[in-house]
Every structure is written in C-alpha cells, then in structure tokens.
Ligand binder design. Structure first.
Ligand SMILES: NC(=O)c1ccc[n+]([C@@H]2O[C@H](COP(=O)([O-])OP(=O)(O)OC[C@H]3O[C@@H](n4cnc5c(N)ncnc54)[C@H](OP(=O)(O)O)[C@@H]3O)[C@@H](O)[C@H]2O)c1
Length: 325
C-alpha cells in the first residue's frame, strides 16, 4: 500500500510517500480502507517529535480517518467488514490502510460522506465534550471562542449555537471572522487589531463571558482569563500559539471561576458510553442541518505535507482533509 512516512522527526517537507506492507487487524483491532484523513494541529507537532505521543520511526502521520472496514480482529464484535466508519487513529491515517483499536472506530450515518466524516470526529468530539461535560454550557449563557475559524474552534461555534448560547467568535483576521459568522457566531472580535479583554467587556455590558473556549493559549489566554464572568469556566483545549500560559490563581478566586482541562482522547477511552451519546447528538444535529462541517481544502495523499503545513502556517480555515481514495 501507499503511505506517507515520517522517517526522521522534522518539518513536513521531509515526509516521503512510499510503498510499504499493509498492516493487519490483530485481536481487538480493525483494519480500515482509508478514503479520507482529517488534518489536525497535533499532526504538525507529531512529525517534529514535539507531541505528547512519539511513535517509533518510521511512521505515517494522520490522527483520524474515515473509510470502510476491511477486516476485524477476532475480539471485535461491534463492527463488520464493509461498514462505513470514522476512526481516531493517533497516527497512521495518511496511508491506504490503517489498523486501529476497535473502541476508536465508530459507524457513520448513511448521509455523511467520507470527506465530512474525516473532518468530524476529532473537532466535534472535542468541542462537544468541552462544552457539555466540562463547561456545562447553559442556554442563554455567553460563550467566547478563541481561534474561532480553526478546526476545533469552528466546531465550538456551531455546537455553542446548537446548545442555545450567545456566541462571541474571536480570530486574527476579518476573513477568518467571516467564516465564524457564517457558522452562526453572534458577535465577532478581531484580536489582531483590538483588545480581546476590552471587546468582551463591551459586548457583555461589563459582565464578561460565562464560558471561554481556548485552543490557542499564550497571550490570548492571559487576556481571556481577565474577561471571564462571575462563575465562569475557562476551557483549556490547546496551545496552538506555541506557549503554555501560567495562571495567577487570584484571578480565578476573584471571579469564582474555574479553569477546566479538556482531553477528549482520554475521555473517549475512559467514558466510551458518554462519548457515544455525544456523537448520537452530534449526528442528529448534522442530519437536522444544525452542524455544517466546513472542509475548506482537500489534498491528494502525495500532497499530505502541504496539507500539514497549511495548519502549521496558521492558514487553515475550518478543516483540511487528505483524500486517499
Ligand atoms: N484537548 C483536546 O482534547 C484537543 C483535541 C483536539 C485539538 N486540540 C488542540 O486544539 C488546538 C487547535 O487544533 P486544531 O486542529 O483546531 O488547529 P487549527 O485548525 O490549526 O486551529 C488553530 C487556531 O489557532 C490559532 N492560532 C494562533 N496562533 C497560532 C499559531 N502560531 N499557529 C497556528 N494557529 C494559531 C489560529 O487562529 P487565528 O489565526 O484566528 O488566531 C487557528 O485557527 C491545538 O493546540 C490542538 O492540539 C486539543
């Protein structure tokens, strides 16, 4: 099979496309014929050896895929050959086939195409878990989303609206903010040319945001925590800016606020039934047209490096997908 390989940790341009042996589905594993693979920010880090997981070299990057079950290990009973599925693979999806633990594979609705399914699991799974289990977002509350045109950010805008919140989208350019507006955002803040803290205060009549969704970290976190409402919840989702911020905890004390960690991959593994329930809701909203995943660019397998670079260079809007079949 064809696979994009990382043979030494380094930038995307060092990835190579090679012919290698297909993997097998052992025990509790599922072998997937990959049709499309979603690109996520961790792909930019894992090839550089900077992510929390360091796969043994050589490996194929690609943390999620959609495709058809080609084989199942003897201990897998919930899936059958030929079923259309999405899978959280961690790595290995920028290839024609990938073997993945069965608990990370989920059937997709008949109405969902493979490109959409490859763009759905990680971002909507993360944002749903963040807003539901971690923030307990309530109808009528104000939700501030940072990096609101990115993968997890845009999903948070749509899910926030579906949950009945007033959504303030914040991003670094007018073009990116238009994407968030099209996804349903009520208010927009361009944090390249205005103070995030001042704008949030202005838009909330001085109250601040009830829930803050932060996949960016760094300087934006520092401003965001100062714009949180009484009893607010700040969701720590990621650090796309490259800096893990530090918190003077008196700020949490003064607002009676909570800073809440979000780790969807671990949640999906530890609480599979809650995760499955989240996806039933997400699939229902998709069928109802409340969620309209934006795939702004697709790349062929040979161009996977360029696909990863799009995210690394802060140029991606919505999701970028590698089309494999
Ligand atoms: N906790 C979890 O379970 C979980 C799950 C999935 C992803 N994540 C994390 O969430 C973050 C976002 O992932 P994603 O896949 O949504 O990425 P993405 O599509 O590339 O979006 C990241 C956003 O961050 C902003 N950003 C600010 N500084 C940046 C920089 N130096 N480089 C790139 N982007 C920058 C960009 O928006 P602006 O230009 O508008 O600022 C961009 O839209 C990552 O840190 C990822 O690891 C966490």
């Amino acid at each position: 099979m064809k696979a994009v390989l990382c043979k030494a940790f380094g930038p995307a341009e060092t990835l190579v496309l090679e012919e290698i042996a297909s993997p097998e589905a052992k025990n509790n594993e599922v072998l997937l014929d990959v049709h499309a693979a979603g690109v996520n920010f961790p792909d930019t880090l894992i090839i550089e050896g900077k992510y929390q997981f360091k796969p043994p070299l050589p490996f194929s990057p690609g943390g999620e895929a959609a495709g058809v079950v080609a084989a199942v290990g003897e201990k897998v009973s919930h899936l059958k050959v030929g079923e259309r599925v999405m899978a959280l693979t961690g790595w290995g999806s920028f290839a024609e086939q990938v073997a993945v633990a069965g608990y990370n594979v989920m059937p997709i609705p008949p109405s969902m195409d493979f490109t959409t399914a490859a763009a759905f699991g990680m971002t909507y799974g993360t944002s749903m878990h963040a807003l539901k289990q971690r923030a307990n977002l309530q109808p009528g509350e104000t939700l501030l989303v940072l990096g609101a045109s990115g993968g997890v950010g845009l999903a948070a805008v749509e899910i926030g609206k579906a949950m009945g919140a007033r959504v303030i989208a914040a991003a670094s350019s007018a073009e990116k903010l238009e994407v968030a507006r099209a996804a349903g955002a009520d208010e927009l803040i361009n944090y390249s040319d205005s103070s995030l803290k001042d704008e949030v205060k202005r838009l909330t009549g001085g109250q601040g945001a009830d829930v803050i969704y932060d996949p960016v970290g760094g300087d934006l976190f520092d401003q965001a925590i100062r714009s949180i409402a009484w009893n607010g919840r700040l969701l720590v989702v990621g650090f796309a800016s490259g800096r893990i911020p530090e918190l003077p905890v008196n700020l949490a004390l003064l607002k009676g606020a909570a800073v809440v960690g979000v780790f969807w991959g671990s949640f999906a593994q530890r609480q599979p039934q809650d995760n499955a329930a989240n996806f039933q809701q997400l699939f229902a909203w998709h069928v109802e047209g409340k969620l309209r995943p934006l795939v702004s660019q697709t790349f062929a397998l040979e161009q996977a490096a360029a696909a990863i670079d799009t995210l690394g260079q802060r140029k991606a809007v919505g999701k970028v997908v590698v089309t494999v079949r």
